[in-house]
Design a protein around this ligand. Structure first.
Ligand SMILES: [Mg+2]
Length: 134
């Protein structure tokens, strides 16, 4: 699947720390055969790819539509619709298949959300309906 991750409060914290499990889960998803992309309402976040050395995992970065999500993909230069999205905002998860992620936990070291997301993606890819209630 083409899996699109939001950036702020999804893979990084408000103070720009990488959430626990991001690299491990990205590596597993790629090993499972998925293509990973970042998208953000704040633009193409290559600075995050660079800062956390995510180049080997992330194929491309896109602008994320914040409304009329499907209609605006072309306008924003997103060449295909995501098969699955991970986002801390419910509207995105309502617009596309996906799972809502809770904002980073405190203390950050105890944040296990990325692993829950991994299981949700795996279940969805297997054709099961993952629990997206979070
Ligand atoms: Mg976000």
């Amino acid at each position: 699947m083409r899996v699109f991750f939001d950036v702020d409060d999804t893979i990084i914290t408000w103070d720009v720390r990488l959430r626990p499990g991001v690299k491990e889960v990205f590596a597993r998803l790629r090993a499972d055969g998925h293509d990973l992309y970042l998208w953000s309402g704040n633009g193409r976040r290559w600075e995050i790819v660079r800062r956390f050395d995510l180049h080997e995992h992330v194929l491309d970065c896109f602008w994320k539509p914040l409304y009329r999500h499907h209609e605006r993909l072309a306008e924003l230069g997103v060449p295909f619709a995501p098969d699955y999205v991970i986002d801390d905002h419910q509207e995105v998860v309502d617009a596309f298949p996906g799972v809502r992620i809770a904002p980073p936990a405190h203390p950050l070291e105890q944040d296990r959300e990325l692993w829950r997301v991994y299981e949700a993606i795996r279940a969805h890819a297997a054709g099961a309906d993952a629990d997206a209630d979070g």
